[in-house]
Every structure is written in structure tokens, then in C-alpha cells.
Design a binder for this molecule. Structure first.
Ligand SMILES: *[C@@H]1O[C@H](CO)[C@@H](O)[C@H](O)[C@H]1NC(C)=O
Ligand SMILES: *[C@@H]1O[C@H](CO)[C@@H](O)[C@H](O)[C@H]1NC(C)=O
Length: 434
């Protein structure tokens, strides 16, 4: 064999090998084949941050029993209580339902697993006024699931419930033929009031879906099960930006956005998810505040949730963070005992760096995202808060700092730091402060 031939063979082999070892190869191919694109999000118009509302939402979502007087969540017919929402701070995304397509903007929630929409069945009818409804009667592909129902109870003592059918559902060019669509008959006041949000797309795991008598599969599970997304592409991704950023927020289904991974200059770092919990639950062993380390008990874990605005942590974490800010404090509600932590405005430009360890890597929360809501002329509520000692939720405050890859096939979540073209770290215009 002449040396040149050997070199050629080597070069060819290297070329052939280079393809499967490229971790994003399957994604790139699918993105090309299906013409997949970023799915743009819009923010709730005229959003005004309110720490008490944001905390009430988190409490109601994860501890519904606390939000009901005398155990009002039990309704005696085996239906389950979960997922109360207040939609003040949601990112909204267009979704197509039925044939021909009816497009509704929904809130995408990685902390629940129901896909539900406003429908013509909403009672009283005025609760649907101003909303876009999905009308199954106008879809030739809708099939009712007889005897199926769903029920979600809310922290404000109202509830959403209704019946169920299946239909074609598509988001950003990828579709599911037989997706359970939960039609609302009753919605809470906050849903009725928020005219830009017409329902919810649940992106947690199937075991926490509320449909009875048989739990229904989420959109990502169906994308995989129907073969729309092949092995290697059974994932979705999130890039959430703040209103202060020039970039547009987006989700992708079936592919990882190369541009954001490249911009980070890093490979995606993965961590396993305890999917049996129903949530995107990860181990959270450690934080650092201003470079100082705090180690928590082994077994400390939390969930990553696009449907929660704040970072919700045990008091121990808060003490580590707020004690590093001179003049900070907490308000205690005399009736409920609920606590809201704040810091003086003088500290706004010098907040300590806050990092969370996930999967062996410390992830920095952008300092400007730690600022949430104006308290008075001289102080501001932080975006790090608590609802009890057992609950840790990495909400949008965390997600805004990373590009997140939710890998349903391998039940793992991956992050790279989200590097912005114009990294605006100035905490202005947040929380009602000029
Ligand atoms: C269960 O109770 C809820 C709330 O009262 C009701 O809306 C729903 O129709 C009931 N479901 C069944 C199957 O009886
Ligand atoms: C804010 O600080 C100013 C100047 O020290 C003071 O006069 C004012 O009363 C403070 N306002 C509040 C609400 O604490």
C-alpha cells in the first residue's frame, strides 16, 4: 500500500468517525430534514412584578393544601389537586391544535404535565371573553375521550376542570397526531383575567398528569412515541431572556440550537433527572455566595421549573445570601407567617455572586436576575425566596442564566451558560425602580 493511499484511507475513516462522535449530529440532521426553527415566545403584556403574587403562585403550586381552608382540595371523587397558576410572569408560545389548525398562545410549564386549553365550554362564558379558545367542533381530527375528565385546583379557591379528547397538536414545525387535549370548562379568576394566555402546555413527566381514569402522555412523550423525533433528538430546549435583553426568548423541540452552545464556548454539561418524582428533579449539593461555599445535606434536591418565576429555596440558603448584603431583611406576614426577603437599594449594584452546583458544575445566576420587585423607596425584594424548608425550585430566575436542554430520552438535563450578544448586567428598570 502506497503511503498516500494509507493516508487517504485514514482521512476517510476519520471523516466517517467524525460524524457519529459529533454530539449534536442527530440534532443537526433532524433540524435540516424537518426544517425545524426556533419557536419565539412573547411576554405577558403590561407585566408588573409582585413578590407576594409570585410567592403565592409557588406556594399554591407545590403546597396546594396550604392554600385551601379545611382541606378544600379534596373533592371526594378521586380527582387530584395540582398546578395552580397565576400567569403574571409567563412566557407565551403559539401552539396549533386540530384540523384546520387553531393557534392558541400557551404557557409552557416544565413543572406540570397537563396540556389544557380554553374551550367554548368555559362557564360562565364571560370567563373566556377576550381569550382564543380551541373549538373541537371545528376540528375534523378531534376525538372525544368519553368518560375522561381532569381537575386542577387553584390557590384562589377556584379550579379548572373539564373533559378530554385527542387531536393533532403542533409546535414550531413538529407535530403529534394523537395528543390528549384537556378542554377547560372552569377556569380560575387569574386565568380568566389574563387574556393573552389561553392554557398551558405541561412538559414534566407523564406520571403527574391529572386526567382520570387514565393519565395522558405529554407532548414530548408523544413526539418520541409516534416516531416524529428519532432517538438522539427526543429533547427540547429553552432560552429565556428578560425584558431588558435585546434577544428574543425561544424554545426548540427536537434539536439543540448550535449558536447558543457555540457562544458559551463550552460543551453541554449534563446531570441525571429523578423523573420518577414527575418533575425535572436534580441533586443540589452546594451553593456559593460571593465565592464562599455552603454545603447542604446529602440528598438535597430541587426541581427545574419554567412555570415558577422565582428561585425558591430553604431558609439556610437565604441566610447565606442575604447575610452577605449589609442592611438586608425580611418581612413576615402577621396572618400567614409567610416571609419575603429584601435588600437595600444601595446594594443593587454590588450583589454577591450567587452560584448553584448542578451536575458537578457551579452555575452563576446573573446578578440582575436576583432583583425582583420594589418594596419601598429604599429597598427591593430579591428573586431568591422561600416557601418552606423542604422545597427547592429553580424557576425562571435561574433559567434566564442558562441555555437548558431537557433530554426526555435519557432523563437528564443539560446546561451551558447563556451568553448574550449584549450582556446587560445593569439592574435598571426592574422591580419598578428607575
Ligand atoms: C369531580 O369533582 C369535580 C369538582 O367538583 C367535578 O368538576 C368533576 O366533574 C367530578 N368528576 C367526576 C368524574 O365525577
Ligand atoms: C428612604 O430613605 C430616605 C432617606 O434616608 C428617608 O427619608 C425615607 O423615609 C425612606 N423611605 C422609606 C419608605 O423608608
Amino acid at each position: 500500500m502506497k503511503p498516500t493511499t494509507a493516508l487517504l484511507i485514514l482521512a476517510t475513516l476519520a471523516g466517517a468517525l467524525a460524524v457519529p462522535t459529533d454530539p449534536l449530529y442527530a440534532n443537526r440532521k433532524l433540524q435540516r430534514d424537518l426544517g425545524l426553527e426556533r419557536i419565539p415566545l412573547s411576554r405577558t403584556p403590561a407585566y408588573v412584578p409582585d413578590i407576594h403574587k409570585a410567592l403565592a403562585k409557588a406556594r399554591a403550586k407545590y403546597h396546594p393544601s396550604r392554600s385551601f381552608r379545611s382541606g378544600g382540595s379534596a373533592n371526594g371523587n378521586g380527582t387530584v389537586t395540582s398546578t395552580p397558576e397565576d400567569y403574571d410572569n409567563a412566557w407565551l408560545t403559539p401552539v396549533s391544535f386540530g384540523t384546520p389548525p387553531q393557534v392558541l398562545t400557551l404557557d409552557f410549564d416544565t413543572g406540570s404535565s397537563d396540556t389544557w386549553v380554553f374551550s367554548p365550554e368555559v362557564e360562565p362564558a364571560e370567563d373566556a371573553w377576550g381569550h382564543t379558545v380551541f373549538d373541537p367542533a371545528k376540528s375534523s381530527s378531534f376525538t372525544k375521550l368519553d368518560g375522561y375528565s381532569w381537575f386542577i385546583a387553584y390557590g384562589d379557591f377556584s379550579s379548572a376542570s373539564g373533559d378530554v379528547g385527542t387531536d393533532v397538536v403542533s409546535i414550531g414545525g413538529v407535530g403529534v397526531k394523537t395528543q390528549a387535549v384537556q378542554l377547560a370548562k372552569r377556569v380560575s379568576h387569574s386565568f380568566a383575567h389574563d387574556k393573552s394566555n389561553n392554557g398551558l402546555l405541561g412538559l414534566a413527566f407523564d406520571n403527574i398528569n391529572t386526567v382520570r381514569p387514565v393519565k395522558q402522555k405529554t407532548f414530548p412523550t408523544n413526539l418520541a412515541g409516534e416516531g416524529t423525533l428519532p432517538s438522539g433528538s427526543q429533547l427540547f430546549t429553552t432560552a429565556l431572556y428578560s425584558t431588558r435583553d435585546a434577544e428574543s426568548s425561544f424554545w426548540t423541540f427536537g434539536y439543540i440550537d448550535d449558536e447558543l452552545v457555540k457562544a458559551s464556548g463550552q460543551a453541554i454539561k449534563w446531570t441525571p433527572v429523578a423523573a420518577e418524582s414527575g418533575f425535572w428533579q436534580v441533586d443540589l449539593p452546594r451553593i456559593t455566595v460571593g465565592g464562599k461555599e455552603t454545603v447542604f445535606d446529602a440528598g438535597n434536591n430541587g426541581i427545574v421549573d419554567s412555570g415558577t418565576t422565582l428561585i425558591i429555596v430553604p431558609t439556610q440558603w437565604l441566610e447565606a445570601f442575604y447575610s452577605a448584603i449589609p442592611g438586608s431583611g425580611k418581612d413576615v406576614d402577621p396572618d400567614s407567617g409567610d416571609v419575603s426577603w429584601w435588600f437595600p437599594n444601595a446594594a443593587l449594584d454590588s450583589l454577591p455572586e450567587f452560584k448553584i452546583e448542578i451536575g458537578g458544575t457551579l452555575w452563576t445566576v446573573q446578578p440582575e436576575d436576583l432583583i425582583y420587585d420594589g418594596r419601598d423607596a429604599n429597598s427591593t425584594y430579591g428573586a431568591l425566596q422561600t416557601i418552606d424548608e423542604d422545597t427547592t425550585i429553580l424557576g425562571d430566575t435561574f433559567l434566564k442564566s442558562v441555555y437548558a436542554v431537557w433530554d426526555t430520552e435519557n432523563t437528564r438535563i443539560g446546561f451551558v451558560p447563556k451568553i448574550q450578544k449584549t450582556q446587560n448586567l445593569k439592574p435598571t428598570g426592574i422591580g419598578g425602580h428607575p
